[in-house]
Write a protein that binds this ligand. Structure first.
Ligand code: HEM
Length: 408
């Protein structure tokens, strides 16, 4: 189990600005059967625009919490005051190198972003579409042939997301189960399993880079080891930082999104029927589901003292811009608690805002839409299997476990 050894609240935080809320420990955030952690995070909208949460990271740190979407955009667009340099992955190993481009600030960030943008452009994603569709159809056909029930996360969402990631990297499928295991240990393992999983991912990325240096093929890693920034090749640390980010960025997030979407649909058979009857609605519906069930808490680190809406943020303080909070802001969305699969003008921030806007958003959207299309095409009215309760959890990346559906 997680341990949340709270760090002391810094002296500069006024006691009346301390809020009783945490994306890790508040009701609905710790693992909860049949939970709805995104809805549970909306309680903050009744309070001030900013407060201090004493335990709001995996390692028990406090963060300021920005509760209004508009203020989150201010933070995310001001990397000079709010830096992305945090070493989330490396800190699991007691190290401090950045994942790239996620944990770099401008101007360095922009150089890597320009290098990587074309790899996940809409055109590139279109080229992956056939593989995405074939893979989801294969997995769902296998599920349908096996009976009238399955565990969505284990049988579909994870093997689907990992397979697409491997294709993106240009790798075969034969180590898929092993990678799913690493991702599981890294994201959901206890403090003993996490460093071991991190080391395996690093060893895998380093080894792949060495192989592609020795012999180049037409894939992502060959591209990376041959790339130049400022007229020089990437360093080993930069290649590792980029490879590790791409390994972790697309796995848990896409799988969790598919899980939350099917969990919602399992409880709203009318909406299943609506989408099954008119699949052209799925693209818009997927946006609403991204709004209602976003998964990523973004954290920034103050680079200087800033007074923000009356809060004395001091250099080094962590500032949380949680997408689940922004996406349920009543100032931004009419009836944010209502899930309306035909909602238009959906300016949600599931894929962030500002310079770090998700590089994989085109691919993620395609994966989600295709997964829903193929699922609804093949699986008749489905519900949560009686006697089971999917467990949801909050944290840095919200997720869902053991989503057992039944269509008998
Ligand atoms: C539903 C699925 C996904 C969600 C909700 C999501 C969300 C996000 C968010 C909120 C950020 C900003 C994080 C921050 O600034 O701290 C981000 C960044 C990023 N995402 Fe995604 N993501 C998803 C899927 C993917 C996929 C499939 C890939 C890659 C194949 C990917 C690659 C990246 C990368 C490389 C960044 C860093 C961008 C930068 O720093 O410039 N993501 N994502």
């Amino acid at each position: 189990m997680e341990t949340f050894a709270a760090h002391p609240v810094p002296a500069h935080v006024p006691p009346d600005m301390i809020g009783d809320f945490s994306l890790f420990t508040s009701p609905g955030m710790a693992p909860t059967p049949n939970g709805d952690p995104q809805a549970a995070s909306a309680v903050v909208h009744g309070g001030p625009p900013i407060f201090y949460s004493p335990v709001n990271t995996r390692d028990g740190r406090g963060t300021w919490v920005i509760t209004r979407a508009q203020d989150q955009r201010r933070v995310l667009q001001d990397p000079e005051s709010f830096s992305s340099h945090r070493s989330i992955f490396a800190s699991a190993l007691g190290e401090s190198w950045p994942m790239i481009p996620l944990e770099l600030d401008p101007p360095e960030h922009g150089k890597f972003r320009s290098l990587l943008n074309p790899l996940l452009s809409p055109k590139r994603v279109m080229a992956l579409e056939t593989a995405v569709r074939e893979r989801s159809a294969f997995l769902i056909d296998r599920i349908a042939a096996a009976g009238t029930s399955c565990d969505v996360m284990k049988d579909f969402a994870f093997p689907f997301a990992v397979n697409i990631f491997l294709r993106f990297l240009g790798l075969p499928d034969d180590r898929l189960d092993e990678f799913v295991g690493w991702a599981n240990d890294l994201f959901h393992g206890d403090n003993a399993k996490r460093p071991a999983a991190a080391r395996k991912i690093i060893a895998f990325i380093d080894d792949l880079a060495a192989q592609r240096r020795a012999q180049s093929v037409d894939d992502f890693m060959s591209f990376l080891v041959q790339s130049k920034i400022d007229d020089r090749p990437l360093t080993d640390a930069e290649i590792r930082g980029t490879g590790v980010l791409l390994f972790v960025a697309g796995l848990d997030t896409v799988a969790a999104a598919i899980g939350f979407d099917l969990n919602y649909l399992a409880r709203h058979v009318d909406d299943q029927r609506l989408l099954r009857g008119d699949p052209s609605r799925i693209v818009l519906a997927a946006e609403e589901l991204l709004r209602a069930y976003p998964t990523v808490q973004m954290i920034r680190v103050a680079t200087k003292d800033v007074d923000f809406e009356g809060a004395p943020i001091r250099k080094g303080d962590y500032v949380s811009c949680a997408t689940m909070i922004a996406n349920r802001d009543p100032a931004e969305f009419d009836h944010p608690e209502r899930i309306d699969l035909a909602r238009e003008d959906n300016r949600h921030t599931a894929f962030a805002y500002g310079p770090h806007r998700c590089l994989g958003s085109h691919l993620a959207r395609r994966e989600i839409v295709v997964a829903l299309e193929e699922w609804l095409k093949r699986i008749p009215d489905f519900r949560i299997k009686e006697g089971t309760a999917p467990v949801t959890y909050g944290g840095h990346v919200f997720g869902i476990e053991n989503l057992i559906l039944d269509w008998s």
